[in-house]
Design a protein around this ligand. Structure first.
Ligand code: AMP
Length: 220
């Protein structure tokens, strides 16, 4: 099963990608997580990506597209994957379609998590992330069991620099201008599956299960 999760920052791509990854036992490939991991490790890629991320801008395609296309060639992607945060513009979408079609493949669904900007801004104010392992939380809907401490690894749970109000506004603008066109791109290919992401996490999961079926499931 090859899936793309589309949606504005704060629409819940990471949360639902993690769920789908566990349920269907396919990797979640999050370009944002890859850049953040590189940044934590101080790699040249992380250092280059940082200035763009801090400003809420897209990291250039030269640093992004090949990284993802190479990742898709790895063995754990044989049975499919969930792309979370890629493609982010038409160039990336076209490069992905081309790379897949060269191998006689195509994606199954581009799942569009729809949500209003008002809800996004409210959610992102509460969004927090573990500094150490990258797990995500929300102070309102999904707080860590112990405030400020990651449930999984004990790392510090903090606000991402790019979740601060000013940067969120910039990221939404970048989303409208550069990423939204990919929604139409996949709609025209008959791949778009829309889900109202303003609902509770459980309600969104139900719709995802209906869309994708239960057959490969490992959880309820
Ligand atoms: P995310 O965690 O998906 O919200 O991504 C955080 C930041 O990483 C974005 O605001 C961009 O700066 C960068 N980023 C993530 N994915 C991409 C991508 N596909 N293309 C360019 N930049 C990206």
């Amino acid at each position: 099963m090859k899936l793309i999760l589309m949606g504005a920052p704060g629409a819940g791509k990471g949360t639902h990608a993690r769920y789908l990854s566990e349920k269907y036992q396919i990797p979640q490939i999050s370009t944002g997580d890859i850049f953040r991991a590189n940044l934590r490790e101080g790699t040249p890629l992380g250092l280059k990506a940082k200035s763009y991320m801090d400003q809420g801008l897209l990291v250039p395609d030269e640093l992004t597209t090949d990284l993802v296309l190479d990742r898709l060639q790895q063995e754990d992607c044989e049975n499919g994957y969930i792309l979370d945060g890629f493609p982010r513009n038409l160039n990336q979408a076209e490069a992905l379609t081309q790379a897949l079609s060269d191998r006689g493949e195509e994606i199954d669904f581009a799942i569009h998590l729809e949500i209003s900007e008002e809800v996004i801004i409210r959610r992102m104010e509460g969004r927090r992330v573990c500094e150490k392992c990258g797990a995500s939380y929300n102070l309102v809907s999904l707080p860590p069991l112990t405030p400020g401490i990651c449930d999984f690894c004990g790392g510090a749970v903090v606000q991402r620099k790019d979740d601060e109000a000013e940067t969120v506004r910039k990221r939404l603008e970048v989303y409208r201008e550069q990423t939204e066109p990919i929604v139409r791109y996949y709609r025209e290919q008959g791949k778009e599956a829309r889900i109202d992401s303003g609902q509770s996490i459980e309600a969104v999961r139900e719709e995802l299960k209906q869309l994708l079926g239960e057959k490969d499931g490992h959880q309820n």
